[in-house]
Design a protein around this ligand. Sequence first.
Ligand code: HEC
Ligand code: HEC
Length: 292
Amino acid sequence: MRGRRSTALGPEGAMGMPRRRGNGPLNRPLNGLLNGLLNGLLKGLMALAGLLSTVSAATAAGPSAFSMMSPQLQAMQRDDSLNPGMLWVLDGQARWSRAEGTAGKACADCHGTTPAERLRGVAAAYPAWDAATGRPINLGERIAACRNSHQGVREPSAPDALLALEAAVAHASRGQPVTPPEDPRLLPWRARGQALWQQRIGQLDLSCAQCHDERVGRRLGGSLIPPGNAAGYPTYRLEWQALGSLQRRIRNCNTGVRAEPWMPGSDELRALEVYMAWRERGLPVEAPAVRP
Ligand code: HEC
Ligand code: HEC
């Protein structure tokens, strides 16, 4: 798999973090990175300026990991006939009109003949507040709730089906600006997510912000550090040879700093997702993105 990637994509084949898990080479650039962080007040102020410019640029439209990718990889994302993520979208669109569960209902029975017909833009406004559970839920959880309560399907019996449906619904919002709901009940979650984003974790003692705000565009081993946006998820990752969720991606970054990964569906991931949507508000939905 490794050989196939590097033949097809050249140097980008080396960009997957988890591949270096447990290897020495990760430490060298990180030592440099940490020294850089300790380089006095001036550098600190420069990092802050960098952070501010990252946030304002992200709100305007970029930078995105997309703009940092090779032309081949960009073409793969742009062209639906080359984008492997479209296989999941097509599967999700087929499932959309299929009656399922004890209620024998299809998504289409309640939400229109295609996801784009009535749910366009909806994915751009998740995570949203869920009154039933009294907490924020992401798009995948929202769809799982519909399958459960409206179709009578028992999850997680079919995680693949759920991911495909999520891809189809997210794809229906492609190009729409990320628009986090202005619901005051989300505010404490956003604050908690922001604190987590800035909290140093793992044996490498690094925060999300130290890479994704302060070191965007720099190299970490063979990888370019992207802004860490969520708008392309679910994303097809060459490293995975599959479509995967944002939570899976974040857990990869947990492992990258040798931290205990947060559990799927944990409050930590929930809070982070709320904060990340706010941090990248205005960026266009890219799902399904293609990433190294
Ligand atoms: C040591 C630096 C580092 C830290 C710390 C880090 N990441 Fe990452 N992250 C990366 C790199 C490098 C990539 C890209 C990997 C690749 O290209 O394969 C990445 C990718 C991502 C992506 C995918 C972006 C996209 O456009 O597809 C997200 C989302 C993300 N990280 C979130 C987080 C979160 C949340 C945290 C904190 C819990 C975090 N990261 C901590 C280095 C880091
Ligand atoms: C029997 C009708 C019914 C079926 C079948 C159904 N839903 Fe829903 N869906 C609803 C209702 C009603 C809501 C509003 C929230 C609630 O009351 O559960 C909703 C909400 C949603 C939302 C959030 C919309 C928003 O504006 O935030 C999404 C996304 C969604 N459904 C996707 C799906 C998908 C995908 C399927 C098929 C797997 C599906 N639903 C099946 C009735 C249905």
